[in-house]
Design a protein around this ligand. Structure first.
Ligand code: G3P
Length: 217
């Protein structure tokens, strides 16, 4: 399973990259705003900085909600850097725009997926990545992981090549369960990646090894 980090914070991206396990980055307008990155030009520059920090795919989201606007913004984003993936919302014009970019060989990420039907539509439109929002489904007492299972079954049934990009991942158990269910990619905050390092028996075991080494030296 590929690990993407879901942030616009350059320090967090650099830390995940330094760990050697990072495969890409996802962002959205809320994450940009959280870092104080506002205004079209600053946002475009920030995407370029992110692309310079990592080697993998970097999802950059359109703001337009109409077909023509999405095409214009998506082409501008795609022209920024070869690593850019055009992120489109799961609405009718987003599906149409996804088909347009897929036909042109431009990578896409269809976002805000909350049902198997939406996931099927995005795959039929040729999306490179399809992003089910795990945590937000859990937030409303719906089983987010069930959507990952449904998507895996449907995509495998028909050999869809779209990658399942589990998004709105909030914690390490989400990451582990996504891996168990065969998600192709997960994207979450830095803590969902670094949290996987932790086990008290690792800490106590290492402390004991060092203590015993000191005794003999
Ligand atoms: O990748 C989608 C993500 O940014 C949404 O996460 O935690 O705001 O639901 P969250």
């Amino acid at each position: 399973m590929k690990f993407f980090i879901d942030t616009a914070n350059l320090n967090d991206i650099a830390e995940a990259e330094a760990l050697g396990v990072l495969d890409g980055v996802t962002t959205n307008p809320s994450l940009m705003a959280k870092e104080g990155i506002t205004g079209a030009e600053n946002i475009l520059n920030h995407y370029k900085k992110i692309c310079d920090l990592v080697e993998g795919d970097v999802s950059a989201e359109v703001i337009a909600t109409d077909y023509d606007g999405m095409i214009k913004q998506g082409e501008e984003l795609a022209a920024l850097h070869p690593q850019i993936v055009v992120k489109l919302p799961m609405i009718a014009d987003g599906v149409k725009a996804c088909k347009y970019f897929s036909d042109k060989g431009i990578k896409t990420n269809v976002t805000l997926i909350f049902s198997a039907g939406q996931a099927l539509l995005a795959a039929k439109a040729g999306a490179t990545y399809v992003s089910p929002f795990l945590g937000r489904l859990d937030d409303i007492s719906t089983d987010g992981l069930n959507l990952i299972s449904e998507m895996r079954l449907i995509y495998d049934n028909y050999g869809f090549t779209s990658k399942i990009l589990a998004a709105s991942v909030r914690n390490t158990m989400h990451v582990i369960n996504c891996a168990k269910l065969g998600s192709d990619v997960m994207t979450g905050p830095l803590s969902s990646i670094t949290g996987l390092l932790n086990h008290p028996l690792t800490d106590s075991g290492l402390a004991k090894f060092l203590e015993d080494y000191k005794k003999g030296n």
